[in-house]
Design a protein around this ligand. Sequence first.
Ligand code: MN
Length: 228
Amino acid sequence: MAEFVFAPPDQVAIPVAGGGLFPVRRVYCVGRNYAEHVREMGGDPKTEVPSFFTKPTDALLTGGADLPYPPMTSDLHHEMELVVAIGVGGADIPEGGALGHVWGYAAGLDMTRRDLQQQLRKEGKTWDMGKGFDHSGPIGEVARAARIGHPAKGRIELAVNGEQRQHSDLSHMVWSVPEIIAHLSRFVRLAPGDLIFTGTPEGVGAVQRGDVLEGRVEGVGSVRTRIV
Ligand code: MN
């Protein structure tokens, strides 16, 4: 058997509440999934369909680690989100059976270089580099669905330096978790270890070095990081 020409990277994994590690395969994200956020970004929630994009798996930041302020931006934004952790793979998953594919849930942050994203969008270019940068995905512990169930409602909120910046309810998602799984699995075959960031509510905004971000999803868990 051929040998690796250098040591392969470590498996990216997220601590599970109560013990163990959730091994991460791929990271998908949903754009524009809360009506008020679509409006604050200048869109019309009635005419927009949610889009999918990705982050590199090793962009995840776990254990409350510090987030180094990224290069190529002066407008780093927070986006507080519910994250779905897939445990059973599949393609063309029907909405009715979608929750059977979910292993658990976590609270996460889809950090965004907003200035870069908007500049690239305006130029009609792909805005990957506004989203998929190093350390762009702080995430809290994964909570097993077998323990917490499948939250379809509950408060989602983010505070910066103790001051509330985002708050909404999971029930305000335009597309529900089963709808997201059904739709995404038409584009790609989902596999165990895949994560789906499900979109942010309104109230996104900029952070600076020294800021402490603390987010929480009711019944799921929390996420914390400090910008350095
Ligand atoms: Mn987002």
